[in-house]
Design a protein around this ligand. Sequence first.
Ligand code: IMP
Ligand code: MG
Length: 179
Amino acid sequence: MKEAIVNNQTFKEIISLKEIKPVVANLAARIDHNYPLDQDVVVIGILNGAFIFLADLVRAIERPVEITFTQLKSYIGTKSTGDVQILKEIDIEIKDKHVIVVEDIIDTGNTLFQYNQILEAKKPKSIAVYALLVKPENIQHELPSFNVGFEIKDRFVIGYGLDFDGIGRNLRGIYQLKS
Ligand code: IMP
Ligand code: MG
């Protein structure tokens, strides 16, 4: 079993890159199938976590798409829902275009729920979410049409873009904190 030590904590691999690849290809095929070729599709990656998933996903899509990034920060106060602050805005017009939001993981769903409202104000033709991972036990919000690669347990994971205090994004597979 593959293990990694990050910030003195031991993680074990739960999903290998070999297992991730066909699932990402499947999500890409769904995108190719869902959007007519004569309509504009914009892919928005949420930094930093989505950068590896997005790179693999868009290279598996056959049709041309426009790609941009946003960086968000969630502030969790005393309430369970925190406000999402935009650290980096998207730099292209999305009005009347199909938007695909690419995220590493959906935990409570708060980040995507709030970002969806920000995007809706820009009047895109549609919004869909593609996330590599979801922790179904934790979701607290209704999200727009969302597509996920893997459902995982409510355990902290790193790798394939996800970090633990900034470290571990480069690990090839998904690693879970050992209990
Ligand atoms: P949400 O707003 O609760 O859905 O949280 C989403 C964000 O929390 C993700 O974009 C990740 O940055 C972070 N996150 C949630 N769970 C994990 C995890 O297990 N490992 C690393 N980051 C996580
Ligand atoms: Mg993130």
